[in-house]
Design a protein around this ligand. Structure first.
Ligand code: HSE
Length: 439
């Protein structure tokens, strides 16, 4: 049964920023209008005001167009503000103003949530409105909803994910087709996957924003982006991708968060993962997150992680959630933004040198008798066990020694690396990549 015209409630959406996310959201609301109408029945979502620095209102087919996003926030007709500007400065002001004006806000801005989320979540709660940001993490995969709601009965032990589409696209192309890093990055930018500042993708900042958001919701703690360890993919070499493959691994850029004994690890870095792992087959712009929880065990979520349609899918889902919420609702009856009504503020966040991992090492040495013995002797001195070794001829007098270690503490590994680098026959810095284990 459908609603009569008099029952119909129109929710007016204002979109601030009309780039990949803003335009994608508007397009999807139009494209899937009839399905959305059927899901909502007596509520109609419509875009009435758009702010963009450069385009004119006639292009959009919406009632109002402004160059200043604050005009959208101040528009008394706008019920929900979609922040699709990105970055911190203006976006932060827009979201603060909208929440203070008691307007619900949807944002895809992971940098904003990771950096200022604690303040914004409190501001939303003080004003009795909601701040939703499903699209900020893993594009079209509803991972935040899964962590907050679907897994709400579980203790989450760890999660690990490929959460930057651009980085995964670059690594896939480098690995499968030996293409140059810079060339693939340009392509990802043209396809609308990359951040405005692509160093956020390749240096790991974007993945760290997303990891900080997931960790906070998974473990019920305030956002702690500033304590996340970050390493990107820009210094990975084709040789390492090739040698890892020979050893039965591939290299992925992973975000890993783990809680055990009140201690939290949050780290983003290239990782070797066994080719048998499900994450190893996630290619291109795809994202995937494995969540390990008690009692359910491991669950895997995968899908498109970047691009206009994936992001818009999550933004529109948030709009639909808001449309379904009663007009006035007490905080006790809404799902908390960070998944828990009470957050734990005193988990210890581990420094990277305290973590334990297995490692891949590549050591570039002069090809002398005894070099291998010197290296393995140092490993023995620091009680680090070796799991596998291969030796590759690089040029006439030079070989690459590739070692996989067993589990050891990173600080100890760093000490042995420092001693290895001091050996006369070692030609350059040791390459070290962590090996991910999914125990
Ligand atoms: N630049 C991001 C990525 C976009 O490549 O994953 C989606 O957050």
């Amino acid at each position: 049964m459908s609603a009569s015209t008099s029952d119909l409630r129109v929710l007016k959406v204002g979109i601030c920023g009309y780039g990949t996310v803003g335009r994608g959201t508007h397009d999807l609301l139009v494209k899937n209008e009839s399905t959305i109408a059927r899901r909502l029945d007596c509520i109609h979502l419509t875009v009435t005001h758009v702010a963009s620095r450069s385009l004119s209102g006639t292009v959009f087919g919406v009632g109002k167009w402004s160059t200043d996003p604050i005009e959208v926030v101040n528009d008394p007709e706008v019920d929900i503000v979609v922040e699709a500007i990105g970055g911190l400065g203006t976006a932060f002001e827009v979201v603060k103003k909208a929440l203070s004006a008691k307007k619900n806000v949807v944002t895809a801005n992971k940098a904003l949530i990771a950096t200022h989320g604690n303040e914004l979540v409190n501001l939303a709660s003080e004003n009795g409105v909601r701040l939703l940001f499903e699209s900020a993490v893993a594009g079209g995969i509803p991972i935040l909803k899964c962590l907050r709601e679907g897994l709400a009965a579980n203790n989450i032990n760890w999660l690990a994910g490929i959460i930057n589409g651009t980085g995964n696209y670059i690594l896939t192309e480098m690995g499968n087709r030996q293409r140059l890093f810079s060339e693939v990055l340009r392509e990802a930018q043209a396809l609308g996957y990359a951040e405005a500042d692509p160093s956020f993708d390749v240096e790991g900042t974007d993945a760290a924003h997303k990891l900080a958001i997931m960790a906070s919701i998974a473990f019920g703690m305030p956002l702690a982006f500033d304590k996340t360890y970050i390493e990107g993919i820009s210094s990975l070499e084709l040789d390492d991708i090739k040698y890892a493959n020979e050893l039965g691994y591939c290299i992925k850029h992973l975000g890993i968060a783990r809680l055990s004994d009140q201690r939290v690890q949050m780290r983003v870095h290239p990782s070797l993962i066994s080719s048998d792992e499900l994450l190893a087959s996630v290619d291109g712009v795809g994202n995937a997150v494995v969540v390990n929880a008690d009692p359910i065990g491991s669950t895997l979520y995968s899908g498109p992680g970047a691009g206009a349609e994936a992001t818009a899918s999550a933004v529109v889902a948030d709009l639909i959630d808001l449309a379904r919420s009663p007009r006035s609702i007490s905080q006790a009856h809404i799902v908390p933004s960070l998944g828990f009504s009470r957050l734990v503020t005193d988990f210890e966040i581990l420094d990277i040198d305290k973590i334990e991992s297995e490692y891949y090492l590549r050591i570039n040495v002069e090809d002398h008798v005894g070099v291998m013995a010197n290296i393995t002797g140092l490993m023995e001195k620091f009680e680090i066990s070796i799991d596998a070794v291969i030796q590759k001829e690089k040029s006439k007098n030079c070989v690459q020694i590739v070692i996989l270690t067993q589990m050891c503490v990173e600080q100890v590994l760093n000490s042995v690396i420092a001693e290895i680098e001091n050996l006369k026959s070692v030609r350059s810095s040791v390459v070290r990549i962590r090996v991910a284990s999914f125990e």
